[in-house]
Design a protein around this ligand. Structure first.
Ligand code: MD6
Ligand code: FE
Length: 225
């Protein structure tokens, strides 16, 4: 369509852009995806992440079933999540080093609390942050997050780097799953009636992210105790 001089320049600039996905998507009665929510925090998050990982490097854990996970894991906060032949558990120290887990960086706490509030969970104080690294091909099979002491608090999940297809199921492993693509900066919050829904991540596809390279990093904040 031809426009004449009275049209503001910005109008034409944006006229041909693809429609933007909504900034908030509700994926369950008490579950939301907040697109790009972490981006304003990112310049503070990345150095904080480096610092945590220098103290508690990623490692591949072995599940109670004897499988080595394709996802590499670290933690920060008062409790970290570990798994070995004897089971899954939250521990106050890193079994790898015998030291307490690195403290939860202030910017992580701010991000988690702000996202939880957006989803209607006020007064969420996370005490554990699990950090997952996916290289291309890594995946997370369907699971429930149920090693926390209570389920009244949500889980806040932050995705960075390569995109991934998140699978959000129901309360039975066999329930149909929704596919939710997650991109750099997206934050998912779920809790309440959705807190124990099965979920997983499909194998991450090859690619390179301008800031994070050939990997996807996911943080999940919880109240473990
Ligand atoms: C991931 N996330 O996105 C794996 N769990 O890499 C999870 O397993 C998860 O994103 C509970 C709540 C949100 C999550
Ligand atoms: Fe999970």
């Amino acid at each position: 369509m031809q426009r004449k001089g009275t049209t503001p320049a910005t109008f034409d600039l944006f006229a041909d852009e693809a429609p933007q996905p909504p900034a908030v998507e509700q994926i369950g009665p008490q579950s939301y995806v907040f697109r790009g929510f972490a981006l304003p925090f990112i310049e503070r998050v990345l150095p904080a992440l480096e610092s945590v990982l220098s103290q508690a490097p990623f490692r591949h854990m072995v599940t109670p079933g004897g499988h080595t996970m394709s996802v590499a894991l670290s933690s920060c906060g008062s409790f970290g999540w570990t798994t070995d032949r004897s089971g899954y558990q939250y521990t106050p120290t890193n079994p790898q080093t015998g030291e307490p887990w690195p403290a939860l960086p202030e910017v992580f706490r701010e991000l988690a609390i702000a996202a939880a509030e957006m989803a209607g969970f006020v007064d969420f104080i996370p005490d554990a942050c699990l950090i997952n690294r996916y290289i291309p091909g890594a995946k997370m099979t369907l699971h429930q997050d149920k090693d926390e002491r209570g389920y009244q608090w949500p889980v806040v999940s932050v995705s960075l780097g390569l995109p991934a297809m998140f699978l959000f199921g129901g309360h039975q492993r066999s329930d149909k799953t929704q596919r939710v693509p997650l991109f750099h900066g997206d934050v998912v919050v779920w809790g309440g009636v959705d807190r124990l829904r099965f979920h997983g991540v499909m194998p991450v596809r090859e690619g390179s992210h301008p800031q994070l390279g050939e990997q996807r990093i996911n943080f999940t904040f919880r109240k473990a105790r």
